[in-house]
Design a binder for this molecule. Structure first.
Ligand code: NAD
Length: 504
């Protein structure tokens, strides 16, 4: 790390990972090292929270909720606006920390912070638009309407691959909606979480809102403690399908709300009517960008059989020219995987591909250098291969063939996940077919755009085993509030609905 960066972000060589109203100076959990995946050097450490520390943080969040929920929503929006300003000031440093801790290239690290800023802007506007409906009452001199109230302290569990943006998707909406929150970041990315908490605390100090945005770094056990906690009405969890299944099971036992943002297995159909150059460029970013570690990364490329071989050849040639290296260097387009376990998982997947009859046409090996680098990989596959139906969180792209669009759509939808999807075609009938009710079954469906790189203005999330949650834009805010239907009788009679008579 450059000398200036820790200082600008308030980081020490050893940090507390727990903050309620104040930082807990010596939390009782594990000491977690933050390791740079590009060279495996330890950058700093963060102390996670124990059960007792968690209790302190929850108490802070519960106490603050009684005040925060009564602050006018636009006043809450002003706090969020200032968080956005503070993020603008530290965009480069925080973006670089994302690069150093996750291995994303520089522009993606900064892009992630820009996404946080965009979320702040969006949430500020939203703070004046938490609208409810007015509904015609069937009873004379009655008024019926809906209003939206905050829920309480919200639990936010985040994944390593978007260590700060996913927090902002949740926190900015939860905050303007009047909730307090407890963030449990991934132990893989503890330092970015500490840096964000420092930025938020500075703003909180100016607005008497310590206790609104809280942090408790922890392992799976601590995460489950939060999921099981009856004082937390909503758990928003981002991560693997395996994690989501467990969270849903535990939260379901206490009938708590969940907002699940889980794994994807995203596909793109490229028809014979596509602009192939455009499609090729889109494939490169979607499949190789972030070293294949986005939930929306392109994993399956479904090519019309008349263009399949030539397209795969062109793609292989383009893969040769992707600059791979230290993600903070200008010009690099692919950095490392997040850790050694991810490289092992990549190698196991390559072995399984061979066993299941797939042909690696490009890549397939770990790169012999310091850090956790692998080659971006292209595989000729068939849809019956079991591994094609799984999310392998690495830059492995399966190329599949089709002859009729119906067959391509069926192949596209025949996986358990349902996050992001795309079609490349200049034929209106084909693209509309893809977007129709008989088309893509995903939460996100794009035409002539790759599967990754969503804007914050839309609701983000997916169907089936991706969990069904929606975060970020559109009306995703409703997940963080409770709806109340109110009826006011302003007349002197007491008429009953459905004409029921009950005269005493
Ligand atoms: P992960 O499932 O290993 O961990 C995610 C988070 O869940 C971590 O904070 C982890 O500590 C916590 N966790 C794990 N088990 C838990 C449990 N039983 N109870 C409570 N918390 C628990 O995921 P990861 O490796 O960090 O991230 C990669 C995965 O996340 C991929 O599957 C990717 O597709 C998915 N993801 C999805 C989205 C989305 O919006 N759909 C966004 C980013 C990442």
């Amino acid at each position: 790390m450059s000398q200036n960066l820790p200082q600008r972000l308030g980081l020490e060589s050893h940090n507390s990972g727990v903050c309620g109203v104040d930082w807990i100076t010596s939390p009782g959990g594990e000491r977690v090292e933050s390791v740079n995946p590009a060279n495996d050097t330890a950058m700093a450490s963060v102390q996670a929270g124990s059960a007792a520390d968690y209790e302190q943080v929850v108490t802070a969040a519960i106490e603050k909720f009684t005040e925060w929920r009564m602050r006018p929503a636009p006043a809450r929006g002003e706090v969020v606006r200032q968080i956005g300003e503070a993020l603008r000031e530290k965009k480069r440093e925080l973006g670089m920390l994302v690069t150093l801790e996750v291995g994303k290239i520089k522009s993606e690290g900064e892009g992630e912070v820009q996404e946080m800023i965009d979320m702040c802007d969006f949430a500020v506007g939203l703070s004046r638009q938490l609208y409810g409906l007015t509904i015609a009452s069937e009873r004379p001199r009655h008024r019926m309407f809906e209003q939206w109230h905050p829920l309480g302290p919200v639990g936010i569990i985040t994944a390593f691959n978007f260590p700060v943006a996913v927090w902002a998707w949740n926190a900015m909406l939860a905050g303007v909606c009047g909730n307090t929150m407890i963030w449990k970041p991934s132990p893989q990315t503890p330092l970015t979480a500490v840096a964000v908490q420092h930025i938020v605390n500075e703003v909180a100090d100016k607005h008497d809102c310590r206790g609104v945005f809280n942090l408790c770094l922890g392992d799976v056990e601590l995460g489950e403690r939060m999921v099981n906690d009856p004082r937390i009405p909503l758990i928003s969890a981002t991560g693997s399908c395996r994690m989501g299944r467990r969270v849903a099971e535990l939260a379901g036992k206490r009938l708590a709300r969940t907002l699940l943002e889980l794994g994807g297995n995203n596909a793109m159909i490229v028809s014979q009517h596509a602009d192939q150059d455009l499609a090729l460029r889109a494939v490169l970013f979607a499949a190789v960008g972030t070293a294949g570690q986005r939930c929306t990364s392109l994993r399956r490329l479904i090519l019309h059989d008349s263009i399949h071989d030539a397209f795969v050849d062109k793609l292989s040639t383009a893969y040769e020219s992707i600059p791979i290296g230290e993600p903070w260097n200008d010009g690099v387009l692919m950095g490392p995987l997040v850790n050694a376990q991810a490289v092992d998982m990549f190698e196991r997947a390559i072995a399984t591909i061979g066993e299941q009859g797939g042909e690696v046409v490009r890549g397939g090996k770990r790169i012999d250098r310091a850090g956790n680098y692998v080659e971006p990989t292209i595989v000729k596959a068939t849809p019956d291969m079991a591994i094609v139906h799984e999310e392998t969180f690495a830059p492995i792209l399966y190329c599949l063939k089709y002859s009729q669009l119906e067959e391509a759509v069926a192949m596209h939808n025949a996986v358990p996940q349902g996050l992001s999807s795309a079609i490349f075609s200049q034929d209106l009938g084909e693209t509309e077919r893809f977007l129709s009710a008989a088309g893509s079954d995903c939460g996100i469906a794009n035409v002539n755009i790759g599967t990754s790189g969503a804007e914050i203005g839309g609701a983000f999330g997916g169907e089936k085993q991706t969990g069904g949650g929606r975060e970020s834009g559109s009306d995703a805010w409703r997940a963080y509030m409770r709806r109340q239907t109110c009826t006011v009788n302003w007349g002197g009679e007491l008429p009953l609905a459905q004409g029921v008579k009950f005269d005493v």
